[in-house]
Design a protein around this ligand. Sequence first.
Ligand SMILES: C[S@@+](CC[C@H](N)C(=O)[O-])C[C@H]1O[C@@H](n2cnc3c(N)ncnc32)[C@H](O)[C@@H]1O
Ligand code: SF4
Length: 385
Amino acid sequence: MAADSKDLFGIYVHWPYCLAKCPYCDFNSHVARAQIDEARFKAAYTREIAHMADLSGRKKVTSIFFGGGTPSLMSAALVGDILHQISQHWGITDGAEITLEANPTSVEAKSFAGYRAAGVNRLSVGIQAMNDADLKALGRMHSVDEALVAFKLAQRTFARVSFDLIYARPHQTVTQWRDELARAIDYADDHMSLYQLTIEPKTAFYDLYARGKLTIPDDDLAIALYDVTQELTEAAGLNNYEISNHAGNGAQSLHNLTYWRYRDYAGIGPGAHSRLTVGNKKTALHHHLDPNKWLTEVATNGHGIAAQEILGNAEQGQEFLLMGLRLEEGIDLNRYAAIAKKSLDDEAVSFLAEKGFIELFDSHRLRATPKGKRVLNSIIERLAQ
Ligand SMILES: C[S@@+](CC[C@H](N)C(=O)[O-])C[C@H]1O[C@@H](n2cnc3c(N)ncnc32)[C@H](O)[C@@H]1O
Ligand code: SF4
């Protein structure tokens, strides 16, 4: 995989529905009150793909990501239709990475073979915890046994699978996490997404937390849990290529690398967003969040875009840092200068390097050190002045 390929171009497709709302989740996910009209969604995705392809111009797609919500509730026929439209309007490179996020219930596992036949070649499986009490507390609709059966089926069905967990959960200790992660690593292949639980505003966990009814690990414990995560994944040959993502050689998610390397991607569906070069200008686009509003807008206007904004050089520079410094490979300083139309401030770089937060390497690259990754936002603020 090229370190900084110019040819990356991703498509993100958002499916906005879930069987239930997990109490920690602030993604654009809704529990459908009535039967979902897939034919209406198919028509809307088809029109919006045509619109986004007009905006971007024809260029070959190197990755596609079905995210949610719970895309494993989509029919395989709808997934196949969307892939067909993408291939008609843009074209898809041979060997493109096509990922779908799946919840590991037995119902959803029944669709795996259909997704593979439709063209999906990578499944990201949201196991989330390795004990039933915690799965229940997280509001999940599956047990550990059910999740592992689904995961093994995914391994047999798809060329690539990711094992996804949430840690730093209420009452979790270092010993418990060490044991849980070790068991997960035994099952996983060569990609794991390991997210620290964040308490997001407007979620049920946020309300409980604000009322003192939910205890999450304090900063010291969170760091200890993070350190165990690094220790066990590294020992298993899974490199921490991005803050929350660990992979063996060549198993990194190309789609997510497209975001983090600040390459173009087009979003389709309710609440999707894009970074697209439109007529030579890097443009940010956001789609209507509410699924019904989005459906109506697409039917009326041919797209569900709620806001479209050309990004200035300073904004682009900041976004480039924000994305790139999450990566182990860091950023190319020459590319930063080309995007931001200025170089990084020498004094800020020297200061942060002396303090051990960042390091320069390969003569023109810069990355955050493990110590720096823990305070990334402050580093970016300092660098982007
Ligand atoms: C939004 S989910 C979509 C995929 C699927 N519905 C699932 O639950 O696995 C994508 C990932 O985000 C993670 N996630 C969502 N909210 C989170 C939070 N507050 N803290 C940490 N991870 C979170 C989930 O655990 C999941 O692995
Ligand atoms: S974590 Fe996944 S299943 Fe749960 S509400 Fe969010 S998107 Fe839906």
